[in-house]
Design a protein around this ligand. Structure first.
Ligand code: PLP
Length: 473
């Protein structure tokens, strides 16, 4: 590689120097993350005001650029990696996944076909096959045996949209009118379901009522499906949530599959958050019947120590996927095309180009090993159970939903305003961050335990904040 004076690129020696400097910077960030205030104290527009209106005409020094990490970037960061982050669901990361991401960025490969990226493709094939076994999923989802197979996507929303697009394609191919197709999910399903269905062109999207545990009510589903059939519509796609966003409610996959299979509906499972927990055999009963679904998604970028973006999509029969998406222009044909061992991932999702996402996941699975990953997930579930017990044992608080994993949902018995104000006080502390939410007009607080750097003491500190700010009932 040219290192000539007139090269426009950062000299390789400087790349080395600044690369080491940035590793130090991130190592310090990880080491001192609990000293940061979780949410920044800024107003919209504050960061923009520090940035020039136009891009630089002349090259700036790397020293100046890196100094702006501390001067401009950090003051506007919400610290998702703070150990007191209990909001939403966790945004996974680990030092190892960052290293994998770094190398993947430098290799800058385009993994659209086996021939353009042999090792990224085969590592992805292998890592997703490993995960089939690690999570106790149906062996037929392994790419090496088939007929199923897995592919990495950017997000669970993409995976869900993809399954909707495939189902729609096959229904239309079978002769159904596009405007007769119906998609179903529970009223507690993630917003990405409705969004994906809209983008995929579904005109009818049914939100089915839930039972007292906030899981899809199968009788209500059956009733709606019968109504739609009687109206001449075509029930086409249904989602089972393996852990809803609001409360981690688990839809009854096996019963939903009975209905889906009897009328040929595509059945998709959205396990965006909860899927990672399936690495522990004791949680697999939560997705009983999973072998009956047509597609499944989960996000290692939530709870499996891998940084965003990294979402897995499995199809139980991958030919359904490739039949729907494969287009063969002359410029993409090559000698390996058609060889079953040479997967062309361009036929497995919307984009053509794709990056080497599997590298960080490969690093994570190898560097931790399944046993340590299980310990990681289990520790969060134990701490969540402990927090739940403390809340349940205090007459000021009430648990509002079952807790299958590491999300605790509670309210103050004083009502909505008191609960909301408690959440605000916890968040104002700057040391813990929870999500206030609403279900059936009931205000509640979600505590999601799963951040990489969270320890039992951080959950204890959260309890102290709750205890301190929870006014007497
Ligand atoms: N599905 C569920 C159940 C979720 O909880 C979430 C996000 O929290 C999503 C889908 C969307 O995930 P993504 O951000 O990967 O699209």
């Amino acid at each position: 590689m040219s290192n000539a004076e007139d090269s426009p690129h950062l000299p390789i020696e400087d790349f080395r120097k600044y690369g080491y400097q940035l590793v130090d910077w991130l190592a310090d960030y990880f080491s001192n993350i609990d000293e940061e205030r979780i949410l920044p104290d800024i107003a919209p527009g504050d960061i923009r005001a520090m940035l020039p209106e136009t891009a630089p005409d002349q090259a700036e020094s790397m020293d100046d650029i890196l100094a702006d990490l501390d001067r401009i970037v950090m003051p506007g960061m919400a610290h998702w990696q703070h150990p007191g982050w209990f909001a939403f669901f966790p945004s996974g990361v680990s030092p190892v996944s960052v290293l994998g991401e770094f190398v993947a960025a430098g290799l800058a490969t385009q993994g659209m076909m086996w021939s353009t990226a042999p090792s990224p493709t085969e590592i992805e094939n292998t890592v997703l096959d490993w995960l089939v076994d690690l999570l106790g999923l149906p062996p037929a989802w392994r790419i090496d045996t088939g007929p199923g197979g897995g592919v990495l996507q950017m997000s669970a929303s993409d995976s869900t949209h993809l399954s909707l697009a495939i189902a729609r394609h096959h229904a239309v191919e079978a002769g159904y009118a596009t405007d007769s197709l119906v998609a179903y999910c529970s009223e507690q399903a993630h917003s990405s379901i409705e969004k994906g269905a809209r983008i995929a062109g579904f005109r009818h999207i049914r939100s089915i009522q839930v039972d007292e545990s906030f899981a899809l009510d199968v009788d209500a589903l059956k009733e709606q499906v019968d109504l739609d059939l009687a109206a001449g519509l075509k029930p086409t796609w249904i989602c089972s949530a393996v852990g809803t966003t609001s409360t981690t409610a688990m839809d009854p996959i096996r019963q939903i599959a009975d209905i889906a299979q009897s009328i040929g509906m595509w059945h998709h499972a959205d396990a965006a958050y909860a899927g990672s927990a399936m690495i522990c055999p004791e949680f697999r009963h939560l997705q009983d019947g999973v072998e009956l679904v047509d597609s499944y998604t989960f996000n290692p970028h939530k709870w499996l120590l891998t940084n965003f973006d990294c979402s897995v999509f499995w199809a139980a029969d991958r030919s359904k996927l490739t039949d729907a998406l494969s287009i063969q222009p002359a410029y993409l044909k090559n000698e390996a095309s058609g060889n079953p061992a040479a997967i062309d991932y361009r036929d497995w999702h919307v984009p053509l180009g794709r990056r080497f996402r599997a590298l960080k996941l490969w690093f994570v699975l190898r560097s931790y090993g399944a046993e340590k990953l299980r310990e990681f997930v289990r520790s969060h579930v134990v701490w969540a159970e402990d927090l739940e017990n403390r809340l349940a044992g205090d007459e000021r608080f009430e648990i509002i939903a079952p807790r299958p994993l590491a999300l605790v949902c509670f309210r103050h018995v004083g009502g909505n305003d008191v609960t909301k104000s408690l959440a605000e006080q916890i968040n104002a502390s700057g040391t813990a961050y929870v999500t206030p939410s609403l279900i059936n007009e009931t205000q509640f607080i979600r505590v999601s335990i799963g951040s990489t750097w969270t320890e039992q003491r951080h959950v204890d500190a959260l309890w102290e904040l709750i205890d301190l700010n929870g006014v007497p009932s």
